[in-house]
Design a protein around this ligand. Structure first.
Ligand code: UTP
Length: 292
């Protein structure tokens, strides 16, 4: 079976929920603490041995390319000032093997994935949506590592899920499950944002996938809904053919595509920071008292 070598990160959305900052700064460059969200996502792939990352960007997103390119003058300055820790921070931004492709018109997620087709061709690929950060700590297995393992053991496409309850089921794609072994679920149907009564299970689809080589071809031949084609339609076909698996991720997920999730991610990751975590905790405890 073909090894997983490529990853696609669609990051070309309009970012309207963050206007006006996204008028000039693309949403993937918004920082959680001191790092743009797009770098957190690229780092999720470090556990997987991916050889090439393809980031789909909107026109005028040169700033994202610049972030991943070399900063020789600044690095020389940090070296001469003996600021080695900061030098290493910069080195880490340069280590990714990234290709960029422009999505000229934001015509939806599946449109963005298709822009990566010249790089991916008919090979399997990891797909990571730029709006979510998934963090694993300590003993937890990184989400992408688990998906890659399942793909390499079975050759089937696999999606990450999380458990949701009550009204939350209507916020996400939802899966039907025909079988479950060692935490790997066989998916037999998909419904997009169902009502509570229509939901097939308590398992919601999140933005991490490993997709087999046939998916790109399927996307090309899907029937459009208006101007858009839907990734969900391709996933539903895979599910009905018995070719789609799912696994519940371990760790924390932050929905950084919206304001509340973005602020939560900043607070929680800042609490883990060696530099400011302790002071922030004291501040938050005082704040909670004042809010009572
Ligand atoms: P969303 O539709 O949730 O987010 O796309 P958005 O368009 O970036 O932001 P809002 O809702 O206007 O604030 C989910 C993911 O798919 C990418 C986005 O960048 C995001 O990571 N996407 C979406 C594309 O790459 N191209 C598109 O045409 C649409």
């Amino acid at each position: 079976m073909e090894r997983l070598r490529k990853a696609v990160i669609p990051a070309a959305g309009l970012g309207t929920r963050f206007l006006p900052i996204t008028k000039v700064i693309p949403k993937p460059m918004l920082s959680v603490l001191d790092k743009p969200t797009i770098q957190y996502i690229a780092e999720e792939l470090s556990s997987v041995g991916i050889e090439e990352i393809i980031i789909v960007v909107s026109p005028d997103s040169d700033i994202i390319k610049k972030h991943f390119s070399k900063a020789d003058a600044l690095k020389e300055r940090l070296l001469s000032d003996n600021k080695m820790d900061l030098y290493e921070v910069l080195e880490k931004t340069e280590k990714f093997k990234v290709q960029f492709v422009v999505q000229e018109v934001a015509n939806g997620l599946a449109g963005a994935i298709l822009c990566a087709e010249p790089f991916v061709k008919d090979q399997p690929f990891a797909l990571l949506l730029g709006d979510e950060l998934i963090c694993a700590d300590g003993e937890q297995k990184p989400c992408m590592k688990r998906l890659a393992e399942i793909f390499e053991q079975t050759g089937k496409s696999v999606i990450a899920t999380m458990e949701v309850f009550g009204d939350d089921v209507s916020k996400y794609g939802n899966i039907g499950i025909s079988d479950e072994t060692d935490g790997v679920m066989q998916v037999n149907a998909i419904v997009e944002k169902p009502s509570v009564n229509e939901a097939l299970s308590n398992n919601a689809i999140i933005g991490r996938y490993v997709l087999s080589g046939e998916v790109m071809g399927m996307l090309k031949s899907l029937k459009p809904h208006g101007n858009e084609i839907y990734l969900t339609d391709a996933l539903d076909t895979l599910a009905k053919d018995g070719k789609l698996l799912a696994s519940c991720f371990e760790g924390e997920r932050y929905d950084v595509g919206g304001k509340l999730g973005y602020v939560k991610a900043n607070v929680e990751l800042a609490l883990k920071s060696k530099e400011i975590g302790k002071d922030l905790k004291e501040y938050l405890i005082g704040l909670v008292e004042r809010l009572k």
